[in-house]
Design a protein around this ligand. Structure first.
Ligand code: GLU
Length: 375
């Protein structure tokens, strides 16, 4: 009997998103007390085997405080400059409080475009999963120097959902300054009720995220609902709750929290398969031998070069390729880790032979099972 639980099997992956309004102290820079408390919870959850990624805003606000600006600037370039300055404060604070618990942080600045580009998607994924394996807490923010989605639309919610897709997170937790999503605008209606639980396809979400419901502007409920629907693609459920409650993350881990939980309405595999099959163009194909075809059909394995017999077309690392069985029938599609030339050189070879053949090894597998959609 095998009682071993590998860390990956026993761990839960969470993406925790914290917005500017929570992180800052009314224009006085970062709320270090709150950050210290959240990082204490991160440390406790790490001990319990959780894998955590933090998506944090607050750079503009901290940059303004560092510059002594009391008014939010109007021009985009000043906001971007403030973000570049404030980002230093943000990462200093996270690193400082994580170090107290013997943990480290890592800075990841991303744009939506980075994750739409297949090669960058795979690179970002490898880096994030490596950081998680190392027990480090990645701290993600939008790369405000080159992108302005969050500055304009408050869209770190959607960036957090893309990160959840990227690493197939179990849960996306959006900490905000409200208790969750209400059925009516709680600022206008006294009888507004908190929606405790719903699924991504519930009609109520279209109503609450509609233009007339909340005039919260940047980072309002609209982006939170669209983030939950995006997170669904990787089977990730979303919890929206107030980050002002003490021990908020530990309460989620215990399952006794107050907030809005949005469950995926579709099966994760179907969602992921659709994402890979529908959104990307197939640029080449590889034929598998009968053994590899059977293993891939089982749906649980990554594709190794040893099972490949033929390569067709020209493709780059990160491109979408079709996988055909020994009869030439397409059985799967996936994002490949090696370009066509490299694949030609390593086909039929074992993983141990990749490095001697190419002189380097990017990944042990040709297509990781997380990037492989069965048809
Ligand atoms: N990504 C930026 C930040 O972290 C934008 C937030 C904002 O527009 O205030 O501060």
């Amino acid at each position: 009997m095998n009682n071993d639980k590998t860390p990956v099997q026993s761990s839960k992956r969470w993406v925790v998103k914290i917005g500017s309004s929570l992180i800052t102290n009314d224009g006085q820079g970062l709320n270090l007390t709150a950050i210290e408390a959240w990082m204490g919870e991160f440390a406790e959850l790490r001990k319990q085997g959780y894998e955590l990624i933090l998506v944090s805003s607050g750079a503009v606000a901290e940059g303004m405080a560092r510059l002594g600006w009391t008014q939010r600037p109007r021009t985009l370039h000043e906001l971007q400059a403030a973000a570049a300055i404030g980002q230093m404060g943000l990462v200093q604070a996270y690193e400082q409080y994580l170090q107290k618990h013997g943990l480290h942080s890592a800075q990841i600045l991303l744009t939506h475009e980075d994750l739409r580009d297949r090669k960058r998607y795979i690179n970002a994924r490898s880096t994030l999963t490596t950081l998680l394996d190392l027990g480090v807490i990645p701290v993600v923010n939008e790369n405000d120097t080159v992108a302005t989605d969050e500055i304009r639309f408050g869209d770190n919610d959607n960036l957090a959902a893309l990160v959840a897709n990227l690493i197939s997170a179990d849960q996306l937790i959006i900490l905000t300054d409200q208790a969750g999503i209400y059925d009516k605008n709680p600022n206008e209606f006294k009888d507004a009720k908190l929606i405790e639980s719903c699924s991504t396809n519930d009609r109520i979400l279209d109503i609450v995220a509609g233009p007339s419901h909340h005039a919260l502007g940047r980072g309002g409920m609209l982006t939170k609902v669209s983030a939950a629907r995006r997170a669904e693609r990787s089977g990730t459920s979303t919890i929206i709750l107030s980050g002002k409650q003490s021990d908020v993350l530990l309460s989620v881990a215990r399952g006794n929290y107050t907030g809005t939980t949005i469950m995926p309405a579709v099966e994760p595999l179907t969602a992921r398969k659709q994402w890979i099959a529908n959104q990307l163009k197939v640029v080449g194909s590889i034929q598998l031998d009968a053994g590899a075809s059977n293993v891939i059909r089982s749906g649980r394995a990554s594709l190794l070069p040893i099972g490949v017999t033929t390569v067709t077309g020209t493709f780059k690392r990160g491109d979408l390729v079709a996988c055909t069985d020994d009869q030439g029938i397409e059985i799967a599609r996936g994002l490949i880790n090696y370009n066509a030339d490299e694949t030609n050189k390593i086909l039929g070879k074992s993983t141990a032979e990749i490095e001697p053949t190419l002189g380097y090894i990017d990944e042990p597998e040709l297509i990781n099972r997380d990037n492989l959609a069965l048809l």
